[in-house]
Design a protein around this ligand. Structure first.
Ligand code: SAM
Length: 274
């Protein structure tokens, strides 16, 4: 008899072929909770029960895809971010926990500046724009250069009951006046780093990851456009080690207050200018 406990053991072992033992155990727990709806507490009562064939095949199919490098969020089709479920697929970046730092900084800066409008540039799954729409009374516009990503964000807004407007296009181009607070997690990976990146990243859209000029091009252009359009400020996710150079560029453009927030690992993560 092949029980749920056996399945968990063998899944951990299979995942440990390409993950650390700790990551494999954590991911196996996610497959059970998010994929099969079976939480850890369920195991105490049912771990010794036999696994129905349907569930064994389902896990086998997921494993085949995962062994080829496909990220779990794409296999599952959604991600939890700040406690909400966002449809996630190959047209969108997978929401990252560190992007919550951008949201928290945006909520704080927006409140301090008394903004009434904000834009989420490069919305992807919509995490930033939708969350601002749900957690503030600001008027929110979300944009993306990818119409496929924008369609995912629109479905997520509908599913979560968020009211905001969506516009396709390049950076601030499609945003009406007044622009409001500019919030974004733009592509900021240096294309030169591509060979050393995790294989999972090759499943995510290139336009969501890479930017010319060592990853700084889109962030720089966004800071420039926001200044020209008299935005009250910008809150932008940035890459580790990009803080100094972007701060210098922002000051040269005339932004008066420039701050870098670091993430829990101590890396540059959020650039705030106003
Ligand atoms: C790093 S992803 C961020 C997605 C989402 N905001 C998040 O934090 O998970 C960057 C997004 O910017 C979009 N993008 C890339 N270049 C753009 C441009 N020039 N104008 C607007 N959006 C762009 C990509 O399609 C992608 O959805």
């Amino acid at each position: 008899m092949f029980t749920y406990s056996d399945l968990r053991q063998s899944l951990r072992a299979s995942l440990a072929a390409f993950l650390s033992p700790e990551e494999a155990a954590a991911e196996a727990a996610l497959w059970f909770s998010e994929g099969l709806g079976r939480e850890a507490s369920w195991f105490h009562a049912h771990g010794m029960e036999p696994v129905p064939d349907g569930e064994r095949h389902q896990i086998g199919g997921w494993l085949e895809r995962r062994q080829k490098g496909e990220p779990w969020a794409y296999i599952l089709g959604w991600s939890l971010w700040r406690g909400r479920r966002f449809e996630t697929g190959p047209a969108t970046l997978i929401p990252r926990p560190e992007t919550e730092l951008v949201l928290e900084a945006a909520l704080e800066v927006g409140k301090r500046l008394g903004v009434r409008h904000a834009v989420d540039i490069g919305t992807g799954t919509g995490i930033l724009g939708i969350t601002m729409a749900l957690e503030t009374d600001w008027a929110i516009t979300a944009t993306d250069i990818s119409e496929k990503a924008l369609a995912v964000a629109q479905r997520n807004a509908l599913a979560l009951g968020a009211k905001l407007s969506f516009r396709p296009g390049d950076l601030l181009g499609p945003v009406p006046n007044p622009v409001g607070l500019v919030v974004s997690n733009p592509p900021y990976v240096d294309p030169a780093d591509r060979p050393g990146l995790q294989r999972e990243l090759s499943f995510e859209p290139e336009t969501a990851l890479f930017a010319p000029d060592r990853g700084l091009a889109l962030t720089t252009e966004l800071l420039k456009q926001a200044r020209v359009r008299s935005a009250p400020g910008c809150v932008l996710e940035i890459g580790s080690g990009q803080g100094d150079e972007l701060s210098t560029r922002a000051r040269v453009m005339g932004w008066k207050r420039v701050m870098i927030h670091r993430d829990f690992a101590g890396h540059d993560r959020v650039l705030v200018v106003c």
